[in-house]
Structure formats: C-alpha cells, structure tokens
Write a new protein. Structure first.
Length: 362
C-alpha cells in the first residue's frame, strides 16, 4: 500500500482505495454516478421494503421503490408472499398505491385487474379484440425473502438467497440471543437528509466519530477500540458496544448493537429491549431519505414509545448535522479524496471497495 498523505490530486477509485483514500469527491455529487448506482447496486441487491405486520392477511399489500423501480409485495391466498414490479403491462401506471388490502389488484388508470398471483383476469373491452389473450399477460415477478419479520425484495433473479448472503450476521444474532420476532412495530418515521447516501454509510461503518459526535452515547456505552466489537463479513457487519456501567444489565443483554446489510440497510437496538431499522433511500446525488421502523414492547404506552424515539433521534440528528456538512465539503470539489486510517476505518474501506466493484471500476 502506498501511504501518501497529500491527496490533492484526483486518482482513480482503484488507486484511491489502494492508498486508503476515500472514493473521489465527485462520486458524492455526480448525477451520472448516481444513475449508475441505481442500476448496478440497488437493482441487484436485497432491499428492505417493510415488515410482516403490514401483510398479515390474504390480499394485504405494500408498495416500495427499488433502484427507481416501483415494486409491491402481496400476501397471497396460500399465505405466502409474492413480489411484483408495480407497473401495469398496459400503459405503465402502477397497479397498487400505498398499502392496503384487496382481493384483486386493479390498475386505477384503465381498470386492468390482476389476481394475487399476478395474472391478468380482466381488461375492460378485451372481448372486442380478436387477438387479445389475457391468459398470456401477467405482472412481472421479483424475488421476496425475509429475515424474521423483515421483508426484502431483489430484482436480480440470479442473486444469492438473502439468508445465505447474511449468514454470518444471522449466526451472530442467534449467538447473542437477538430475537427479531420479539416486538411489534410501534412507530415509523421518515427524514430527508441533504447528503449523498454513501455519506450515511461511510459514517455508520465506524464508531471512530462517536467520541466527538455523540456525547450522550459515549457516556452510556463504550466507544473505544478496546471494548467496541466489530464483526465483518462480505455483505454485512455488526458493531456491539457494551454499557459503561456493566452492573446495569441485571443479567439481561443490554449491549448496543448495530447490524448492517449491504448496501443501505441497518437494524440497531439495545439488547432485546427494543430495536429499530434504518433504510437509506437515495433520492438524488445530494439527497437521501432515511426511513425507520421502531420495534418496541407491546406493553409500552405511547408516552414511553415517543420519549424513547426522541432519545434515539437525538443521536440521529447529531449524525445528520455531520452528514450535511460533509456534503458541503465534497461539493466544494477542492479536496478530491479524504485520507483514511486503514485499521480504524477498515469497514469503511470495505464498503467503498464494494461500491467501486459494483460500478466495475476496480
């Protein structure tokens, strides 16, 4: 590895990674790069779209967007899940809007109607067309798989199964007794952040920033390299931070933990007390939508739910301020690359290497 601490010239992404520099600053601002990422990353990877509580009954459906492609997931009559591209094969209107429950899926543009298996059943006036055969028309399928109550969709028919891709993370969760089915969703939130989606993950690959950015977290949990655990796998990783006051657990697992699944999903929580998901949805080169689902005990009253979310979001807000300031820095374009600490930011380098590999530039 070449150790050059003056990255004032732009080099190729491959060379930047070799030198333990960040990806080029323009990768956080360039519209062409953003478009390539949508196709090369988000349309080929497992994307979190919702949770099983939204699809409890036959005919229940949810909609989402995966790499710029509208999708929907439905609970079929046999209670299995199915995912479809949410585009009517007639004129491109979505077949479903938002979420809800229907016995049949009907496009609101011209009334084309599909059953829960995606097969076209009714096309108004089709009987007047001698060469029109509804049985030959169906919604295009996508893959759908789950980890506990968490539902993921993948547009790539050749992708590895979700649980094979994240088996290291699944095993680690099981070893720690982390139960994803323990709590229901009690709240959801969305926040628009003025930064590139990669800035959010650059940050969450490390706790190097925790000592300076998160004073309340630092006072409660270990953030030093000697006590903060990092578990790396190819397409996922986990961070585990024990409480500073080790006697506060009363025998319960109360470590703070964060699990990440490539490219843009995280689940985090305090032991088995509660957990919450993050999805960082790219909106544009300089905008990212953060979506959270909060899984809390069923017996918590609304006041406790709200107060806990307020505490969690205080830490999030500390990150958002940093994210947006970093975006201003990369948009200035005068520092083409940042210099990383190879060991302390090893996961960040791994994440950036995966981004570069996906765009076939290394």
């Amino acid at each position: 590895m070449t150790h050059n601490l003056t990255p004032l010239e732009q080099v190729s992404p491959a060379e930047a990674i070799n030198r333990a520099w960040t990806l080029p600053a323009e990768w956080y601002t360039n519209t062409d790069v953003f478009t390539r990422e949508q196709k090369a990353i988000f349309r080929r990877q497992w994307q979190y779209v919702g949770y099983s509580g939204q699809l409890e009954q036959s005919g229940s459906y949810i909609t989402a967007n995966v790499g710029g492609v509208p999708v929907m997931v439905v609970r079929k009559a046999d209670h299995s899940l199915a995912a479809y591209i949410n585009i009517c094969p007639h004129r491109g209107h979505p077949v479903a809007l938002g979420e809800g429950k229907r016995r049949m899926l009907q496009c609101q543009y011209h009334g084309w109607t599909f059953d829960l298996d995606g097969q076209l059943k009714v096309a108004p006036r089709a009987e007047r067309e001698a060469c029109f055969e509804p049985s030959q028309i169906a919604l295009r399928s996508a893959r759908v798989e789950t980890w506990g109550p968490l539902i993921f969709v993948n547009l790539d028919p050749q992708a590895d199964p979700l649980l094979d891709q994240i088996k290291g993370l699944v095993s680690l969760a099981e070893d720690n007794g982390f139960d994803l089915n323990r709590h229901p969703v009690r709240a959801s939130r969305e926040h628009l952040i003025k930064c590139n989606w990669k800035i959010t993950l650059d940050n969450n690959t490390e706790c190097y920033h925790c000592a300076t950015v998160h004073p309340s977290f630092r006072s409660e949990y270990h953030v030093d390299a000697d006590n903060y655990e990092v578990h790396q796998f190819e397409d996922c990783f986990a961070h585990i931070s024990p409480p500073v006051d080790a006697d506060s657990s009363d025998g319960r697992w109360v470590d703070f933990h964060l699990s990440y699944i490539w490219p843009n999903f995280m689940v985090s929580g305090r032991g088995n007390d509660y957990f919450y998901t993050y999805t960082y949805v790219p909106i544009g080169p300089g905008e990212t939508l953060q979506r959270n689902h909060f899984f809390f005990p069923e017996d918590w009253d609304e006041a406790r739910v709200d107060s806990t979310i307020t505490e969690i979001e205080q830490i999030m807000k500390e990150d958002w301020e940093v994210f947006e300031r970093v975006q201003v820095g990369v948009e200035a374009g005068v520092v083409p690359h940042g210099v990383l600490l190879p060991d302390n930011e090893a996961l960040l380098r791994h994440f950036q290497r995966k981004c570069a590999a996906a765009l076939e530039v290394i």
